[in-house]
Design a protein around this ligand. Sequence first.
Ligand SMILES: [Zn+2]
Length: 182
Amino acid sequence: MIIKFYLSCIPCFFTQDEVMINHEIKIAFEEYDTLNELNKNDHTLCLEAVKALANSHSPYSKFKVGVAMRLLSGKIIYASNQENVAYPSGLCAERVALFHWGANHPDDPIESMAITAHTDEFPLLKPVTSCGSCLQVLAEYEKKQQQQIRVILYCQKGPIWVIKGIENQLPFLFFEDRLITQ
Ligand SMILES: [Zn+2]
């Protein structure tokens, strides 16, 4: 079963100032009950993300995150969260994957990115979404490659969410076109 969600912020109402304009932002994503409902490529990519959990270095949070990213060529990049005893020195799995791509495969566009998580501390019953810093990096590379990136959030005991394009995850992303001088 596919469920499409459209979420929107609730507009605020001002009656005193007629100049004020209300804006509404909608985001959309798909929800699937099981891996079997996904297409073959997405199904496979979720299972590859589970494999990536094995290399997570997360002795402090005990919260493993795995990423498998499929490029246009078919190549799959694997990544996982890497923590450090000096906490800020670690990095989320998403940015490990994206920076690896930027450094090694910038001419092979990212098609899809499957993200999963696991911890023995408590059950994960819904998809784990990315932090704002990872979304900002995702936005940068989506803009660079001029092609939307599909994000698949796979939770082994809950629904699977498929989100197309950064605008459906971070509508107020920072991007200042005037900073581009070329
Ligand atoms: Zn992050």
